[in-house]
Design a binder for this molecule. Structure first.
Ligand code: PMP
Length: 443
């Protein structure tokens, strides 16, 4: 009873004191008080497997990262107007993971701020304003990042599509215009970008930039079709535009086969935007670009960022990157991700509510449907599944334009046993909900 009172007070105060347009997960709220690697612990002493937090990339409170941060914050934290070894050391380490043309770093404090800066730089470089984005995309919460985000401007309370922003088709092979069976779906979807460029040309304009995630997160945990970015980048570059890869969700080895999502598509972007996992929860983000673009931005106006690139952030970035490498997390993501996807795919055979299982490494989505022909989204069934899984100790969430994609992107230390437990419990929940009959029809 005391705990319930405590929750009621916390909720009441939160409502009064914190901006109200901030949602809170789960019907029965959780008070998480401690984290360790892929596990979170609540105030009742219950343990949860965190299946969704890709920010705590190397694991919640990873001791190597915590120790490095503690030592640095006890020694020095100031801005970047003094010489500091770790600023350049980290930039060197980061650039070593990227293709050689991406060799100038700008450090910021959030993915939104980094996307904002990337767009600003693309406009300096091209002297153009228009930007091509993908439908349903999300690129952040600053004013510019919101303009890049159909998920926001087309959604509840949205301000509508700005005139200088152009939406290309979401290249969704499961429910989009071109599907898994279309061998040249990538090239077909790329034509939607080409058409927007042609429309701009008729108005004597050209794109400053094309920006997309290299696997679509809010768009529905969607891997890009083969050849898609190769084709798109060709169109954008021939119109003089800059190609920006938003790696905020998927970078740093998560996709397993490669260190960066864009590498799955055999392209080299002109700018990459990094965030979330880069600081394992510490507010750090970055734009890495080419010398040419960085020089066009160096036009006499200083770019200074009070917190960006500070010694604690840089030390954190180094510790995270070192941990990913020393603990071979990319390889681990590949193996565990494949194992998990195999488990989910076998559930798909048993439960028709699972329409599609997709992803790379530890960036996985399971799309839930009521009907295999109409692909009617299984909402609100999915919310009940997420609630029931929480009761069993698994934290999951939903995403996609229709809110029917089960999102799985755990800390990279998520292991085979966790995958087994997740699949087994999901199976039991689906059996318990009896979704194989009635509402969910198999065709
Ligand atoms: N880009 C993508 C793809 C994101 O998913 C997000 C955050 N969800 C952002 C940018 C914005 O990052 P932040 O919340 O750190 O500003």
């Amino acid at each position: 009873i005391k705990q319930d009172d405590d929750y009621a007070t916390l909720l009441k105060e939160r409502k009064e004191l914190i901006g109200r347009n901030l949602s809170i997960s789960y019907k029965k709220k959780l008070k998480i008080i401690k984290g360790a690697f892929q596990y979170l612990y609540d105030d009742k002493g219950r343990t949860y497997i965190d299946c969704v937090n890709n920010v705590s990339h190397v694991g919640h409170c990873h001791p190597t990262v915590v120790k490095a941060m503690q030592q640095q914050i006890a020694t020095l934290n100031t801005n970047t107007r003094y010489l500091n070894d770790n600023l350049t050391n980290y930039a060197k380490m980061l650039c070593a993971t990227l293709p050689p043309s991406l060799n100038v770093c700008f450090f910021t404090n959030s993915g939104s701020e980094a996307n904002d800066l990337a767009i600003r730089m693309s406009r300096h470089f091209t002297k153009q304003k228009d930007v091509i984005v993908l439908d349903h995309a999300y690129h952040g919460t600053s004013t510019v990042a919101m303009e890049l985000s159909p998920y926001k401007f087309d959604g509840k309370g949205g301000f509508g599509q700005p005139p200088h922003i152009h939406k290309a088709q979401n290249p969704d092979l499961y429910r989009g215009e071109y599907r898994y069976e279309d061998k040249d779906a990538g090239a077909q979807y790329a034509k939607s970008v080409q058409q927007l460029i042609e429309k701009l040309e008729k108005e004597d304009k050209a794109p400053a930039a094309f920006i997309c995630e290299t696997l679509l997160g809010v768009g529905g945990q969607i891997p890009l079709p083969e050849n898609y970015l190769e084709e798109v980048y060709k169109y954008v570059r021939s119109a003089g535009g800059v190609c920006i890869a938003d790696e905020v969700q998927v970078g740093f080895g998560r996709v397993g086969e490669k260190f960066w999502g864009f590498e799955l598509q055999n392209v080299v972007p002109d700018m990459v935007v990094l965030g979330k996992p880069i600081g394992n929860g510490h507010p750090l983000a970055a734009v890495v670009t080419t010398t040419e673009i960085a020089e066009a931005f160096n036009n006499g106006m200083e770019y200074f960022n009070t917190f960006g690139g500070n010694p604690v952030s840089m030390t954190t970035g180094i510790a995270v990157l070192t941990t990913i490498q020393s603990e071979e997390m990319q390889q681990h993501a590949l193996e565990t991700g494949n194992y998990l996807m195999a488990g989910l795919s076998s559930l798909k055979e048993k439960h028709p509510i699972i329409g599609d299982v997709r992803g790379y490494g530890l960036f996985v989505g399971a799309e839930l449907i009521r009907n295999k022909e109409t692909l009617e989204p299984a909402v609100p069934e999915i919310d009940e599944i997420v609630e029931k899984m929480k009761e069993r100790g698994f934290l999951l969430s939903t995403d996609g334009p229709l809110y029917n994609v089960l999102k799985i992107k755990p800390p990279m230390v998520f292991n085979h046993d966790n995958a087994d437990a997740l699949v087994r419990n999901l199976d039991e929940v689906l059996v318990e909900m009896n979704l194989n009959e009635g509402k969910n029809q198999e065709c």
